[in-house]
Design a protein around this ligand. Sequence first.
Ligand code: WTA
Length: 651
Amino acid sequence: MSDQANENIESVLQETRSFPPPAEFVEQANISSQEQYQEMWNRAKDDPAGFWGDLAQGLEWAQPYDNVLEGEMPETKWFTGGKINASVNCIDRHLDSWRKNKAAIVWEGEPGDTRVLRYQDLYREVCKFANCLKKLGVETGDRVTLYMPMVPELAIAMLACSRIGATHSIIFGGFSADAIADRNNDAQAKLVITADGGWRRGKNIPLKAAVDQSMEKSPSVEKVVVYRRTGCEVDMVPDRDYWWHDLMEDASAECDPVELDSEHPLFILYTSGSTGKPKGVQHSTGGYLLGTMMTSKWVFDLKEEDTYWCTADIGWITGHSYIVYGPLANGATTVMYEGAPNWPDEGRFWEIVEKYQVNIFYTAPTAIRAFIKWGDQWPNKYDLSSLRLLGTVGEPINPEAWMWYHTVIGQERCPIVDTWWQTETGGIMMSPLPGVTATKPGSCTTPLPGVVPDIVTAEGESLGDNQGGLLVMRQPWPHMLRTLYGDHERFKDVYFSTIEGCYLAGDSARRDEDGYYWIMGRIDDVINVSGHRLSTMEVESALVSHPKVAEAAVVGYPHDLKGEGICCFVTLTTDDGTEELKQELKQHVRTQIGVVATPDQIRFAAALPKTRSGKIMRRLLRDIAAGRESVGDTTTLEDLNVLANLKQGDE
Ligand code: WTA
């Protein structure tokens, strides 16, 4: 390409607000000074083996490792020669202190039923269930599919797999029978663990029925274990299906953990690419555990007495790393909630915060935008004074949503950690350290120790301040993915072939003059308007800063004059979808970010198409805006009706 500027992505977001960590927070923080952070970061960069080797002493090894790090990306191995077991690190080692009586999991079901499992209880249940798995013929190295609601048994099943060295593959409970069959086949799963159903907005989600349907196309699966949750009717196939409670009845509460290589695959988690079949992201045991343990401690400033709540579903990486493995490896108390945030009403999350006196609260921008739409009266009804730290993950957070989170939920007292990471990175990569980093709304700020990011052109040249480009990682980290299950070539191709020697994140980003990173969205979400490459996310943030806008999704479409035009799908906080408001919004974006970003089309919508983890599916909107029939995969779409309604509303 001739014009260098055209290759970069122009950033038009002007955000200058900055919030230093509150003094009271700094005083008690695990990491509390800029010097301390810099020293850690520099050491991790210059001497990764020394840095991570020291931290790895905080794990319990069945056999010490020979080398901290071997090889270069993409073929890196961590803690080679070492033997370890994840369930021992998450449970057994907490039992020889008072922690055996500490709450490990505080659970609330959607109908309001509650359970608390102390570390001792978790140990007993995990050992018993590990013995059940063995009895059903599951061996070290086998793959086991988990398709379950958010009940403690999901965490128990994960840890039981890890105890015997079976690799778990969790499928989010909203996926269809076909999606289960695809994943069963790709992983060649031997056993499926499910439940009769799960509760969602007062309704029974029939999980077992979906598994039954998938079984016709899942020849590798020999047996199915069913946990009884909702009591709905299910068909049990003799010699194939077993009730959880029947198996557990006479299972022994002692199960020796298997000593596994540090690189042993702890789990596979499927993540959808924009094209092709889902990718089975495979994580290791030692490196993954160390990464999730340390990042939990640094980013969430975890303390022994904290009650910590991550609202994600365990079917996503956020739940794996920050409901189960990270918190439990630290001996923390982790809250788990089964159901919807608006059941029985829109105050449910805040009721839970008040009831359990939650100190640390971690959620997604899509949830925050829903809370804003539902109104301040819901959080205002509850006492949120126990909160000391807030977090977000999953998407760029629009600055106005950040400000709402800061004032209404955090009451201007709680630092916000905007955590950037991916299924593939295993754990948080960039985030403020809450006792150190001054935050800026919409920025994930700076890299954690051990993370060496850069912003580059398509040719791999480093870019300067405020130039948008490709986000890459220049050094390996212990909790990175090791391969895509069964397709190592695709792994090398997707992540390591674009920029020599680097991990390609697939996001675009810029770094500002203070060294802060601003994620601008997926590379696919860049639009080229009259030769200006703009991030759709920044136009969305401008729209969301208008008081009448609840959510916005911006896509490009073919435009005769400009190359690409800007099409904005907007949901409103009012029912004022008039022509005047369209003009007002166009003007608003123009004054907020400038004439290049003036929307060509505004389309009001009742809802936006989202994945089940809450990410807006701009790919589908691009097809609608271009007037094309969608050919892409819609199996990850949360609600197909949303798409049908949008199409009906075509201009
Ligand atoms: C996006 C979720 C901006 C990003 C842990 C990334 C974010 C993708 C942030 C990974 C953030 C996640 N700011 N964007 N704080 N966190 N993303 O695999 O595009 O479900 O590549 O992992 O989400 O999504 P995944």
